[in-house]
Every structure is written in C-alpha cells, then in structure tokens.
Design a protein around this ligand. Structure first.
Ligand code: MAN
Length: 590
C-alpha cells in the first residue's frame, strides 16, 4: 500500500519496515564469478537465494560498517581488484551493491553510509528510510524498490536482456513485468526469469536485421554502380538525341519545302479540274432548266393536251409574232413549226423552243425555280438526241437506262470530291507526287516530335535527385503494388501513388511526386507525393512514402493515418546504411 510522501515522522515512530535495507552478513549465500567484460575487470556476485526483506542486489557493504561487522567483504573486494589484472583471460566484474530497484547509473546516489537526499533535492532522510515502504520523497526516489510512492519507478536489471524501468505500482502486484522477475519478490507470484530467452530471441532478430542490412547494403553498391553507368548512358543518349534533333529539324525543313513545292502544282491542277467540273455542272443545270421551261411551255401551248402543239395552238400566243404586225399568222406559226404541222415534246424542245423562247410569255404563275445542280441531267436524254462529247461517260460507264451507279448514298450526302469525276492522269500524277511529299514530311515531323519527347524525358530523368549516389534511380519507371483488404495501392516512384478499390470503383490519385521529405540529416528516408484527388470536404490527397532497408523492393504497408493522408512503407536496398558490425555476446547491465 503506498504511503503518502511528506515530512517524515520519527525514525522509529511506528513505521513499518517490512523490507529492511540490509540483511545480516553471516549467510551471504553468494558466489563470485570473475568475468571479463571488454577491457575492464570486475567480479560479479550471484545470490543463491532470495528472501523477504532481502534486496536481491544487496550484499554486505564493501567497507567496514559503523559497527565494523563486515570487514571481510572489503578484503575480498580488494583482493579481487588486486588479483584481477593477474587473472589474465578471466574477467572480473563487481556487481555493484545498490538498493532494490536502483539502476547502476543511479547507484551512487544511494550510499548507505550517508543520509539519503531525494533525487529532486527536496529532502534528506536517514538512509534506513530508503525502501522502507513509506514514501518520503516527493519524487518517489526513496522507494525505488517498493510500491510505496505512486510516482516512483522500479529498475529491472534484466541481465541477459534490456534493463527497464517500470512504474512502482507494478512492484509486487502479482504480475510479472521484469523479465528477471525482480519486481515480484514478495507477491507470492512465481515469475520465471525469461531474460536469457528474450535476449536470445532479440539477438536472433538483430542478427537477421544485420544480415538484411549487410546484404541490402551490398545490393545498394550494385545499384549505385548501375546508376552511375545508367546516368552516363543517358547523358550520352541525350547528347546523341540533341545532335540528331538538329539534323532532323533540317530534314523536316527541307521536306516541308518539297511538300509545298509539290502541293502548288497539285492545287492548280485540282482547281482546274474542279472548275471544269463546275462548268459542266452549270451547263447541265442550264440544260435542265431549259428543258423544264420547254416542257412547261409545251404543256401550256398544248391547250387540248393531246401531246402535240399545232399551228393553231401556236397562234394563240401573239407575242410570237415574227413580222411585228401584232398577230401570229398561220404562215408565221407554220414557219416556227418548220416542215411539220404539229410537233410533239421532243420536236418542240429541239426546234420550236429555240425559235420562240426569246418571245414566249407564259400565261401561268411565276416561273418555277430551277432544280439544284446535280451530276445527272434531270431527264434522260434520248439516245437519238445525244450530241455531247462521247468521252463524258467513258469512265462512269453509266447510261440513262441504268438508274444509278452509286449504291445507297443519297446525292445530297455525297461530298463534292465524290461527285467529281476522276482526275485526269496528269493531275493524278501531281496529286500522287504531292501526297508522297506530304507523307515524307509528316513522317519526318513525327520522328522529330518523338525525338523531342525522348529528349524531354531524358532531361527530366537526369535532373531528378535520386539520392546521394543515385541509388534510388532504379525505382524510376517502375511501379509497385500492395493489396490490402479494401484497396490496391500502387506506387510508381517519382511519379504518382494511387488507390483502387478492390470491389469495384475507379482509381483515385493519392498524389504525384513532390519532393524528398525526410529530416534534414536523413532527407532520403521519406518521399512526398501531393496534389492528389481532392478529398470530400477535405484536403487534396497526399502520401508519404517511408523508405526502409530491405533486400528486395516491396511495398510492405499502406495506411491512412489521417483522412486522405496516406503512408506507405517501401523496402528497398537503396535505403540500407552501411552496417556497423557489433561483436556478438551479451551486454548485461550488472
Ligand atoms: C475514399 C478513399 C479513402 C478516403 C475516403 C475519403 O473512400 O480514398 O481512403 O478516406 O475516400 O472520403
């Protein structure tokens, strides 16, 4: 039960002293083990037995006590100190006596020949009050080996493993905290000393780590060599590309001129062809309009609608008067009809219409707008009336009897080019030559663009800071993945980090390469990726990548310590430091 710290009452005024500081000397039950520790000699005392009130580290003081009870201890000690250099290979370690729960470092504060001053300097008490299970010092330093002070701490030596401090409250609480079991000396709990086993396991783990560090560091040297070579190669490649670019720029320039030179006559020839075709189209339209007008006039003149226009029917149109007397006489009408007394539509169209169209006045409504120009005449021209040049249809192969050569496409959707007849051989030759020049130019231009892209990439790669010796350069243009229960994390070093849900959904950008972000003296231990996809009502996603020494390159952990702020662990030989060989053996605190 912890007693309050505070001013001390009388030394023998009712204080319980269940665990006296000293124990009688006649049964030291200890044996001496001379051991060598490094270059100094010491003698280690081991106890055969522990008992209540017996500080496990307590031995009779090495100097005569006030009542001069234990002079032999000093003699033994002195003897050993004198003998130590003579023991040669044997080492001597003295287990320094100190009250229970006091560390070796602090033992000199606890001199049983002097009153004890609390470590905070606040009070001085009789030494007998140390570890008397009553808290005297406000800092708890007078009760290092009991649970009397709520703020005290107990030191476990843990020989064979790591020394440790535990809160005083854990002393004799029935739970084994110290691996050397010294915290449970009076609780009835049976604790085993597991320090040796823990130490062995720790040494094994440390050895494994040391092996990883050794091998990793060896691999790092290979990476550095490769990085140096790679960098030289890239510099060389860059120089060659830059040189090549100049030549390619000239080539592109020359091919551009050649292309322009070839395109000029091509354009002229194509324009010419186009003009001809347009003129033909125009003529066709006019012919069609003419025919439409003739047809209309014929139908008007053919007042009895018998399909023939007669002299009498012509005479109904006085505007056709030939001699200017205001009437169209029968003889005049006959002249207009020629050597026939009546005419059908084809005859009218071909002979009569040409003679009257200048004077003919329609009686009907306003003239119908002509049909839009088409490649085909509006009406099939009767075979007997064909008077156009014969080469017109040479390549088309179409005649009026064959409805249409083109399959499904309606004429309105046809492009001008498609409607046009094929080019003549000379024009086609110019087009082919220009096309060739164009292709050569485009090919050269494409290759120049690729060169420029490679130059940009190389320049960017060379400008990256890949670590003090370029050891991280091999990570460039690689990607590494880690699958967790929810996501697949993908790290492409020096580029970006992403996260893809495993059960559907699109990839999220967790940041693009920002900078090295380790501490000032260890800058290359952390990478920062930033400006990722915005977090809903939060910051843009970002990721820290912690680089750890490993024999292989692998992402070993992915976490999200804070919403939309991620942390990956990347093991890589490039992060291994030169290992400092530690000689094997245990380094117990005595
Ligand atoms: C997604 C993931 C998570 C993130 C949330 C934030 O679900 O990117 O990592 O925490 O969005 O809304």
């Amino acid at each position: 039960m912890a007693a309050p710290a505070g001013p001390h009452h009388s030394q023998d005024g009712g204080r319980a002293k269940p665990f006296p500081l000293c124990y009688p000397p006649p049964q030291p039950r200890a044996f001496l083990i001379p051991v060598r520790t490094g270059s100094h000699y010491a003698v280690r005392f081991r106890f055969l037995e522990r008992g209540p009130g017996l500080g496990s580290a307590r031995l009779p003081p090495p100097h005569p006590s006030r009542d001069g009870k234990y002079p032999c201890a000093l003699t033994v000690m002195l003897l050993l100190v004198l003998l130590c250099p003579l023991l040669g290979a044997l080492a001597c370690a003295v287990e320094v006596m100190r009250p229970r729960g006091v560390s070796l470092t602090n033992h000199h504060f606890y001199d049983e020949m002097k009153p004890f001053t609390c470590l905070d300097g606040s009070t001085t008490i009789a030494f007998e009050w140390v570890n008397d299970d009553y808290c005297d010092c406000p800092d708890g330093s007078d009760e290092p080996g009991t649970s009397a002070c709520p703020n005290g701490r107990f030191h476990c030596t843990n020989a064979g493993f790591r020394p440790q401090y535990i809160p005083s409250s854990r002393v004799n609480d029935g739970i084994c905290d110290c691996c050397d079991a010294t915290d449970e000396y009076n609780s009835g709990s049976v604790c085993e000393n597991t320090c040796k086993e823990l130490g062995r396991r720790e040494r094994e783990a440390l050895q494994q780590m040391a092996e990883v560090a050794r091998e990793g560091f060896r691999l790092k040297q290979v990476l550095i060599e490769e990085a140096t070579k790679g960098r030289e190669e890239k510099q060389k490649q860059l120089g060659e590309l830059q040189e090549g670019r100049r030549g390619q720029e000239e080539r592109v320039g020359a091919l551009r001129l050649a292309k322009e030179a070839a395109e000029k006559p091509e354009k002229e020839a194509k324009d010419m062809h186009h003009k001809h075709w347009e003129a033909e189209q125009q003529a066709l339209v006019q012919a069609a309009q003419e025919q439409a007008q003739a047809h209309e006039a014929f139908e008007e003149l053919d007042s009895d609608s018998n399909g023939l226009v007669t002299v009498a029917e012509l005479q109904a149109h006085a505007e056709l008067d030939v001699d200017g007397d205001g009437t169209l006489s029968e003889a005049e009408a006959q002249t207009l009809l020629g050597d026939t007394v009546q005419t059908d539509l084809p005859g009218f169209r071909d002979t009569v219409w040409a003679a009257i169209k200048e004077h003919y006045k329609s009686e009907g409504p306003a003239e119908v707008a002509p049909e839009p120009p088409t490649a085909e005449p509006l009406e099939p021209v009767p075979e007997d009336e064909e008077e156009e040049e014969e080469d017109e249809d040479d390549d088309e192969g179409g005649s009026e009897d064959e409805p249409t050569v083109a399959p499904a496409k309606p004429p309105s959707q046809e492009s001008e080019e498609e409607k046009m007849p094929p080019y003549d051989a000379a024009t086609q030759a110019l087009i082919d030559a220009a096309q060739k020049a164009r292709e050569e130019f485009e090919e050269a231009e494409r290759s120049l663009k690729e060169m420029e892209e490679s130059i940009r990439n190389l320049e960017q790669e060379i400008s990256f800071d890949f670590g003090p010796h370029g050891e991280f350069s091999y990570l460039y243009s690689q990607c590494y993945e880690l699958s967790t229960s929810e996501y697949i994390y993908r790290l492409c070093p020096f580029k970006r980090v992403s996260q893809k849900p495993k059960h559907g959904g699109s990839e999220t950008n967790l940041g693009t390469w920002g900078s090295w972000a380790g501490t000032e003296d260890d800058r290359f231990s952390v990478m920062k990726y930033e400006h990722g996809t915005g977090c809903w009502q939060g910051p843009a996603r970002s990721t820290m990548v912690k680089l750890l020494c490993g024999k292989e390159t692998v992402v070993t952990a992915a976490t999200e310590p804070s919403r939309c702020e991620y942390m990956l662990h990347l093991e890589t030989p490039a992060a291994c430091q030169e290992p400092h060989e530690v000689p094997p053996g245990d380094h117990d605190e005595l």
